[in-house]
Design a binder for this molecule. Structure first.
Ligand code: NAD
Length: 324
């Protein structure tokens, strides 16, 4: 029996990788709650949206549509996953991505305060650190240093959350995700991690050619998508006022790219052949989050470790092959 009571939530970006995973798991824990979703399907896939979602196809920039959705459904919690989340795309299209990622977030914050939402949970990104000085990286000792339009856009959402908490009393929480991977992340998108990019090349060689940049000793704090979902659930359930508080969301351990290759080969039984490329300019060598703050304040603990997450992701790729 779940003692936390929730009647209705709004999930933006419900057709995307993290949003669609979130919906499926939220439904398992709260089968009676209504889930309203909005997505313009610019990158998301309609078939990923759970049938139980009351789905609106449209943009978070459409304030009339937002008014209609909020007035009709009165969501108590808003989980804001919608974004154009690609660094290279944001470099090419700084105006369009700023609209979706900054103005879209403000439009949602505004509707949330107007319609009395209990808490707004914002998907931020570890890219705001722009190569942290300290590893493992703590929120407070590492000033944001965004290095791409995408990272600036994600960062700006954080002080906006804080301002809406201060000005209107709308409670908000900002979750900085590190290198998320898992089922539902297609490897042919520019934003995919090496995990999905390499699995795509193994299972769907026509879609993707696998490559490695540099010596493979670079490491990442790979975070399985269920851990991100869980962090959002904890952020919703917290009895504290969060008022724009920022939290790292990660596994809290790092894995080198060379180790990823070995483990993929071990669990898939296939050999990956990689084209060697020069290290990417400006790429950070390591990411590694300090997750003590979210553990302490929200009770978060990652539930799926890297190897287990990898096995589940491989299974999803194998199922995709069967469906073809
Ligand atoms: N995947 C990661 O590793 C990662 C890491 C850090 C932060 N994030 C953040 O997490 C969130 C979810 O990421 P994801 O990997 O699921 O991305 P995704 O691209 O799979 O999902 C984003 C969804 O938003 C939708 N969308 C885009 N613009 C929209 C608009 N104007 N109106 C309505 N819908 C719109 C897209 O169609 C898509 O379905 C994003 O905010 C992203 O910045 C992701």
């Amino acid at each position: 029996m779940n003692r936390f009571n929730v009647k209705c939530i709004l999930v933006t970006g419900c057709a995307g990788f993290i949003g669609s995973n979130f919906v499926r798991q939220f439904k398992k824990e709260f089968p009676k709650a209504a889930i309203v979703g909005i997505d313009d399907l610019s990158t998301g896939r309609k078939e990923e949206i759970d049938k139980s979602v009351k789905f609106y196809k449209g943009s978070i920039l459409d304030t009339k549509l937002l008014d209609r959705i909020f007035a009709k459904h009165k969501p108590e919690y808003v989980f804001h996953f919608a974004a154009l989340p690609r660094v290279s795309y944001s470099v090419e299209y700084p105006v369009e991505t700023s609209e979706a990622n900054i103005v879209g977030t403000i439009a949602l914050l505004n509707a949330s305060q107007k319609y009395g939402v209990k808490r707004f949970i914002y998907s931020s990104s570890s890219s705001v650190y722009g190569g942290a000085k300290q590893l493992p990286t703590k929120e407070k000792d590492n000033e944001p240093n965004p290095r791409s339009p995408y990272a600036v856009q994600k960062y700006i959402g954080e002080p906006f959350c804080k301002v809406f908490s201060d000005l209107y009393g709308l409670d908000t929480a900002c979750l900085r995700y590190f290198n998320v991977y898992g089922p539902g992340q297609y490897g042919d998108s520019a934003y995919s991690t090496v995990v999905s990019a390499w699995l795509e090349s193994l299972y769907f060689p026509k879609n993707k050619k696998a490559f490695i940049e540099g010596d493979g000793k670079q490491s990442r704090d790979f975070c399985y998508v269920d851990n991100v979902v869980l962090a959002n659930m904890f952020a919703m359930k917290s009895s504290k006022k969060l008022n724009g508080e920022v939290f790292n969301v990660a596994h809290g351990e790092r894995t080198t790219v060379n180790q990823v290759k070995k483990l993929i080969e071990k669990y898939s039984g296939k050999k990956i052949s990689l084209e060697k490329r020069a290290p990417r300019k400006g790429d950070v060598k390591h990411t590694h989050a300090d997750i003590s703050k979210i553990k302490r304040m929200l009770g978060y603990k990652p539930v799926v470790n890297f190897e287990e997450g990898l096995v589940r992701t491989i299974k999803w790729f194998e199922e995709r092959i069967k469906k073809q």
